[in-house]
Design a protein around this ligand. Structure first.
Ligand code: AQP
Length: 335
């Protein structure tokens, strides 16, 4: 059976961007009739490529796990765990550090964005992030990786690393993975700036909807979201030059499992003063059950930890033999 892998960083609270771009897809792939085997990971080792307060990291990891389950991931059907409990990820990452080229890494736009102007001061881990990500995926021989649009470049690099490893060692051991970037909201934008992606680490909380926001906060953030003065158009092409309008329509479509065209057929011609309350109601209706289930699960941290430990055991059963075979291919004694 084809295997799915994806991860989310416990670097803050979950946002609507993570939910629509990634987690909602994870649930669909878990529940698909095609019979995917799904491996979903809280990538805590990725999170510490930028500073994380230890107590916050612990809490965010548990909350992320609660988010996965509340959104519909069944820890029996899918494998759900945190990255640091499966050492094979970092072991394979070392091999990939030796396969990937400096020049490839330097081209990564996420590194450039996150390191900012002072790249000399970024951690070595942030620079090597995509090699660890390639290891996350390939240590399971995963073939399908559901992600948001922003991860496309890292997935191309994952293919490059697999291809170079296969070429250098004369093997076809690692599969070339396919990114799965689907749905109406593969790139959810900031509510304050239609040119920036909605992000956990945006300094303005008004820029994002957090999965833990209460209904009043959700409604207020949508009411205050930046828009232009025109009413909504009745066709998708007319949204081209209107990033803020496009973003709210995309969110509406993704939350209601409809296409943008279907949504515009309904709401075309409406003013934002009418559309925004509709969007707020829909967001509250879709997100409230998830956030209240998250809060309930967070009352039992021991149970969350047990789920992660069990998931890690199952993950290692797949990862350990793949790492051993990799070592053998490379020529390590004792593998
Ligand atoms: N705005 C977004 N729209 C669509 N998808 C998104 N994803 C993130 N933001 C959006 C997808 O969520 C998955 C997990 O992302 P991540 O945890 O690795 O973090 P990130 O991409 O770094 O997200 P943030 O929120 O911007 O975190 P910070 O601020 O810590 O960097 C990925 O599949 C991603 O595509």
């Amino acid at each position: 059976t084809p295997r799915v892998f994806s991860g989310i960083q416990p670097s803050g609270g979950l946002t609507l961007g993570n939910y629509l771009g990634a987690m909602k897809r994870f649930v669909e792939m878990q529940n698909a009739d095609d019979g995917f085997e799904c491996v979903y990971c809280m990538v805590d080792l990725h999170a510490i490529t930028v500073w994380q307060d230890p107590a916050a990291l612990t809490r965010n990891t548990r909350e992320l796990c609660a988010g996965f389950i509340a959104a519909g991931i069944d820890p029996e059907r899918s494998i759900l765990f945190n990255q640091s409990q499966v050492p094979e990820h970092t072991q394979l990452a070392w091999i990939f550090n030796c396969v990937a080229r400096m020049g490839w890494m330097k081209r990564m736009t996420q590194f450039k964005d996150k390191a900012g102007k002072n790249a000399e001061n970024a951690s070595l881990g942030l620079f090597g992030y995509p090699a660890l990500m390639a290891a996350d995926i390939l240590v399971y021989h995963a073939t399908h990786v559901p992600v948001g649009e922003d991860q496309k470049q890292h997935l191309e690099l994952t293919r490059d690393i697999a291809a170079k490893f296969n070429h250098d060692y004369g093997t076809n051991f690692f599969p070339l993975t396919e990114p799965v970037i689907e749905g109406a909201a593969t790139r959810v934008m900031s509510l304050r700036d239609g040119s920036k992606k909605m992000s956990k680490s945006d300094p303005s909380d008004m820029a994002r909807i957090n999965m833990t926001d209460d209904p009043d906060a959700i409604a207020q953030k949508i009411r205050k979201a930046r828009t232009d003065p025109e009413p909504l158009p009745d066709n998708e092409a007319a949204l081209e030059e209107r990033p803020e309008a496009r973003n709210l329509v995309n969110i509406f479509a993704a939350l209601s499992d409809r296409s943008v065209a279907e949504v515009l057929a309904d709401v075309g011609g409406k003013q934002f003063s009418e559309f925004k309350p509709m969007l707020a109601d829909l967001a509250v209706e879709q997100l409230s059950p998830i956030s209240s289930e998250m809060a309930r699960l967070m009352e039992q941290p021991d149970e969350i930890d047990a789920i992660l430990a069990r998931g890690a055991e199952r993950a290692r059963e797949i990862a350990a033999p793949i790492l051993r075979d990799t070592y053998r291919i490379v020529g390590m004694v004792g593998a």
